[in-house]
Design a protein around this ligand. Structure first.
Ligand code: ZN
Length: 408
């Protein structure tokens, strides 16, 4: 009888009380379970303060919650230690992906060095921010400060003026001028201009060189005898590919530069693979910055068989992230993408210079939004905005986690 009484007491009296208490966060044994976002801002005396607390509903992922609260249709998350960059994946607007070719005075598929400088100045002064083609494909605008417009750039063919060294005598056959072994770069070449006008991001400049082997890549031999197509084993080309692989991005542009529908899907995929192998070979084993390709002459009638063939190509388990067309259109936003293997690019050359500027001025471009979130266990002021990687337009939030597993 006594045992039944005790069991009854537990089931009908003690247990309900325990359950009741555990339903209220304030009474639970582990303490407060509510996560709270605070806006890092300044008070009227210009002192750094935390304001506008926003409680995360129980059981919800705080990052998911804040993305919904801010009205992001979708988002991309990148973490750097205890700081999280949560960037919107916009589902409206366009992203310009610019396709350049040579640096020269020719009208078609070329830009003069001064126009290229002007383009980079224009980009910088009109609220654009250079992202890599890979970041675009991944929907990763987490490095773009709030309010700026992502834009992508690259050049096809590794042709004249892209990466040109100074030479003694003939530009193609002459020996490269060097200082302590280092080649001297032509100030008017694309790489020199980019290095002067574009800030590096994590050691690289966001610009992709899509290399093909239908001509001598970069059109220089440094005294080496021309071996003919496909231009294998030329030391100065290895030197340039390695340089680009460390400081920019390399992309595949096939080996022989065929139009995809002249070769058919299998033949084309094979030519892409040969181009890839040759780039890896020149990079000394693996071109680490290589993730993408661009169709020679564009693709026009893209289809799923082509997508399947290209997306299944791989070198030691590494696959391509996407392929770029050449159709004079601006690309879709990351939250509403088309096919990653059929991404629009816009032609840039002397002949269509005015059209380019008109198009960029009038574009309904994606404008980046992101939250910089510093996650901590107890409420406190974050490190400086600067050390969190924030620009003046970015919002900084402090996320105070209360269920961070501390076993008190
Ligand atoms: Zn090309």
């Amino acid at each position: 009888m006594l045992l039944v009484y005790i069991v009854n007491q537990i089931i009908f009296r003690i247990l309900p009380i325990l359950l009741l208490f555990s339903a209220f966060p304030g009474f639970s044994a582990a303490g407060d379970t509510q996560d709270v976002f605070w806006v890092y801002t300044r008070d009227r005396y210009n002192r750094a303060v935390l304001a506008e607390p926003l409680e995360v509903p129980d059981g919800e992922n705080p990052y998911q919650f804040i993305a919904e609260y801010k009205g992001y249709p979708d988002y991309f998350i990148r973490r750097e230690d205890d700081v999280t960059f949560l960037a919107e994946k916009a589902d409206a607007g366009v992203v310009p992906i610019l396709c350049l070719h040579k640096i020269s005075r020719e009208e078609d598929y070329a830009l003069t060095p001064d126009r290229f400088r002007n383009l980079l100045r224009y980009v910088d002064r009109n609220g654009w921010y250079l992202v890599s083609d890979l970041q675009y494909l991944q929907g990763d605008f987490s490095r773009v400060p709030t309010g700026l417009k992502p834009i992508v750039m690259g050049s096809d063919d590794a042709s004249h003026g892209t990466l040109t060294y100074q030479t003694r005598g003939d530009r193609q056959y002459g020996r490269v001028k060097r200082l302590f072994g280092k080649p001297l770069i032509d100030k008017d070449s694309m790489v020199a201009i980019l290095e002067k006008y574009v800030k590096r991001e994590e050691g690289r400049i966001n610009f992709t060189f899509y290399v093909s082997f239908d001509g001598i890549p970069f059109r220089q031999l440094d005294g080496y005898e021309n071996p003919g197509f496909p231009y294998r084993g030329i030391p100065v080309i290895a030197e340039k590919i390695k340089y680009l692989d460390e400081n920019f991005f390399i992309g595949i542009h096939s080996q022989s530069h065929p139009y995809v529908w002249d070769l058919g899907i299998n033949g084309f995929a094979e030519d892409i693979m040969k181009g890839w192998e040759q780039l890896d070979e020149y990079a000394g084993g693996e071109a680490k910055s290589l993730h993408t390709m661009a169709y020679p002459y564009g693709v026009r009638s893209f289809n799923l068989d082509l997508r399947n063939a290209l997306s299944s190509l791989n070198r030691s388990g590494k696959y391509l992230d996407g392929a770029f067309d050449f159709d004079n259109k601006l690309a879709p936003p990351p939250g509403n993408p088309g096919d990653n293997f059929d991404v629009s690019r816009f032609n840039v050359d002397n002949k269509h210079w005015d059209r380019l500027i008109r198009t960029l001025d009038g574009a309904d471009a994606v404008t980046a939004r992101r939250e910089i979130i510093w996650e901590v266990d107890s409420k406190r002021l974050p490190r400086s905005r600067y050390s969190l990687g924030a620009s003046p337009t970015d919002e900084i939030l402090v996320l105070v986690r209360r269920d961070s597993g501390s076993s008190e």
